[in-house]
Design a protein around this ligand. Structure first.
Ligand code: F0G
Length: 441
């Protein structure tokens, strides 16, 4: 699929600058055995001529080959870790649109705003971009059983890809704190689903301790191949803009896998000569689950302070101890970006504004627009900036939240009422044409 020499030379490397221990690409590693650091995939350069690569990526859009139709594997020269493309399991992930949103731009204090909407993926979230890559590696390694801990989207995605690949899927979820839209997907795709009486961070520790005992291959985002797949979100965005670099890329931050992937993608695209500068990354967290934001505001120095009891209605990002923070910190700094936090009310109102453009998204995704509004008000982001915000999940992932917002029943953790600023109440009417006509006159 890529040149044999290139994939043969792919390696796993410890992300920790002081260690940089190297391992074979086929080793099962989530952390460095020497120092405990995060692991990443690396490839020897240089790649092919950048103009030729751009042409190849574009031509593949006309191809009926499954690999070319995937918005991840279309860019396979930029994630060349496989030695055999028969290991790929694709549901035609990626291929997500860039949507201009006038009302949302205005709300955010911008002249223009484009959403890269990852909710158009096969299981409705950006996790599919990473999961096709992680599943391919699982198949390559001959794994039979894959597992993840999830706030919902990772599990929905993993369940689908495991089913497509014929692997057994084991899912661990925080009991009571995931949306039914996501839980239902995991059940529908046939995953064995365990609901644990603990939060995401606690369950992740539990499952990592169990991984060897249960002979499971972990597909959480500290799996370096998930990160490789998620890089394609940035490659596709750039390709869709004819490789014109935006000023800002705005995304929500939870476990910080996506921030790590976007930063790596952009740096590698620059190294390959595909772009000539980096956009700034703006990572937005929910106020009740914002350990990365507070670490950032402390200058990213000293010990990282997890939030023991993270709380937010944006359950996808209800994470207090994000595993990928060292990578994310490196990437935000490398891009000259920033980290900000937003309130529950700000997320809810921003979400309704995205909905009013006919676009829609899940609560975590709306943190982007709430963050943009805050950053333009602070004067950090200019009104004329060229901004791409990544909507990470589909509007139908969490209908309960939407119904409660529009009917004035949404309550933030701790019982504070969320105002339905842009509420749109359904109206109950009798079966009477005169009354309905009078109401709609
Ligand atoms: N947005 C959505 C819709 C998500 O599902 C997630 C993460 C994020 C943003 C944050 O991304 O973790 O890469 O910083 N969801 C994970 C899950 C944790 O289990 O589905 P991140």
């Amino acid at each position: 699929m890529v040149s044999a020499t290139q994939s043969a030379a792919a390696e796993l490397v410890c992300f920790n600058k002081g260690c940089r221990a190297r391992y074979a690409i086929t080793e099962v590693l989530y952390n460095c055995p020497k120092c405990g650091g995060l692991i990443e995939a690396t490839y020897p350069g240089p790649l092919a001529d950048p103009q030729q690569l751009k042409k190849t990526f574009r031509e593949r859009r006309l191809s009926n080959r499954p690999l070319d139709q995937s918005g991840v594997w279309r860019y396979r020269e930029l994630l060349p870790f496989l030695d055999d493309d028969r290991h790929v399991v694709t549901l035609r992930e990626g291929n997500t649109p860039m949507l201009d949103a006038g009302t949302a731009a205005q709300y955010g204090g911008l002249a223009h705003l484009t959403f890269k909407h990852q909710g158009f993926n096969p299981t409705g979230s950006f996790k599919d971009n990473g999961m096709t890559a992680g599943t391919a590696q699982a198949v390559r390694l001959g794994m039979k059983r894959v597992a993840c801990v999830s706030t919902g989207n990772t599990s929905a995605s993993m369940a689908a890809y495991a089913a497509a690949a014929g692997l057994e899927a084991l899912i661990f979820l925080p009991h009571g704190n995931i949306s039914f839209g996501k839980l239902a997907q995991a059940l529908e795709y046939g995953a064995r689903t365990l609901q644990v009486e603990a939060n995401f961070d606690e369950i992740l520790k539990l499952v990592r301790a169990l991984a060897d005992r249960l002979r499971i291959y972990l597909l959480n985002s500290m799996n370096p191949f998930r990160v490789e797949g998620q890089k394609s979100i940035m490659f596709e965005m750039l390709d869709q803009r004819d490789w014109r670099v935006p000023d800002w890329v705005v995304l929500p931050g939870g476990n910080l896998g996506n921030t790590s992937a976007f930063g790596k993608a952009l740096r590698e695209a620059k190294d390959a000569g595909l772009i000539d500068r980096l956009p700034k990354l703006a990572v937005i967290q929910a106020e009740g689950a914002a350990p990365f934001e507070s670490y950032w505001k402390r200058g990213g120095e000293g010990a990282f302070g997890p939030v023991a009891k993270p709380e937010t209605l944006a359950t996808a990002i209800r994470i207090g101890d994000p595993v990928s923070w060292p990578k994310a910190l490196y990437e935000v700094r490398a891009s000259d970006g920033l980290v900000e936090k937003v309130t529950e009310q700000e997320i809810a109102d921003a979400k309704a504004q995205i909905g009013s453009c006919g676009i829609g998204c899940e609560p975590a995704s709306a943190a982007t627009l709430a963050g943009i509004r805050k950053l333009t008000a602070q004067g950090v982001m200019d009104r004329d900036s060229d901004v791409v915000a990544v909507l990470t999940g589909n509007v139908m992932k969490d209908p309960d939240y939407i119904y409660k917002y529009h009917t004035g029943q949404l309550e933030a953790p701790g019982g504070v009422k969320i105002r339905s600023t842009f509420g749109n109440q359904p109206i109950v009417v009798p079966n009477d044409p005169d009354e309905i006509a009078a109401l709609l006159a």
